[in-house]
Design a protein. Structure first.
Length: 210
């Protein structure tokens, strides 16, 4: 098992000032036949094994096995997601989360310099991790070694939410699987607005009844 390493990343490709800095970790232990899975409690995992891409995933391509254009993440014999520039792939592959997330994780194989992942946040900022940075999270080299796999965890900073995650590859390819997420807890003002709305609705119904 690799020792987990933590990288507090500065906003690289920021579209505005962030309210808090996200935290990233990587590492894990191989799980034969299923790749790597999240160790974060309470997370929901998308394993793509149904062969149907979730509706909030845009331009994603699903594969099994390996070929010259893309390689299955090591230890992963099931269906996985791939981003790339070949005729059977797309880039970027974007997952949108309208309600926002406090956490998003994914397993990836063969990290390379031409891979990158961009996280967008509720405060309109974004952070891009290059293939070099992704590999360094687990102490690996970004040399496309097909025997290397790592699980990347991203936690939104305090007061922020992850609203989308985009997987990009300028060559072939960026293979990922076992995406996991935790929905963000609504802010207190959201509850206040909901209660106010319910109160107004109740008032209108009582007035109508009278």
């Amino acid at each position: 098992m690799k020792i987990l390493s933590t990288l507090a990343c500065a906003m690289l490709a920021a579209a505005g000032s962030a309210s808090a800095v996200p935290t990233f970790t990587a590492g894990g232990t191989a799980l034969a036949g299923e790749g790597l899975v999240t160790s974060v409690a309470g997370a929901t995992t998308i394993d793509f094994n149904s062969g149907i891409l979730p509706a909030n995933y845009i331009d994603g391509s699903l594969f099994t096995g390996s070929n010259s254009n893309h390689a299955a993440p090591p230890g992963d014999t099931s269906i996985y997601l791939s981003a790339g520039i070949s005729s059977d792939q797309h880039t970027p592959v974007t997952a949108n989360f309208a309600g926002g997330l406090s956490y998003f994780g994914f397993y990836m194989g063969s990290p390379d310099t031409y891979n990158s992942v961009t996280y967008s946040f509720s405060d309109q900022s974004s952070t891009t991790l290059t293939g070099t940075q992704l590999a360094s999270l687990a102490g690996d080299q970004p040399d496309g070694n097909r025997s290397v796999g790592l699980y990347v965890n991203a936690f939104a900073g305090e007061g922020s939410k992850i609203t989308s995650v985009a997987f990009n590859s300028t060559q072939n390819a960026f293979e990922t699987d076992n995406h996991a997420f935790i929905a963000a807890v609504p802010e207190p003002e959201t509850y206040a607005m909901l209660l106010a709305g319910l109160g107004l609705l109740g008032f209108m119904l009582r007035r109508k009844a009278s």
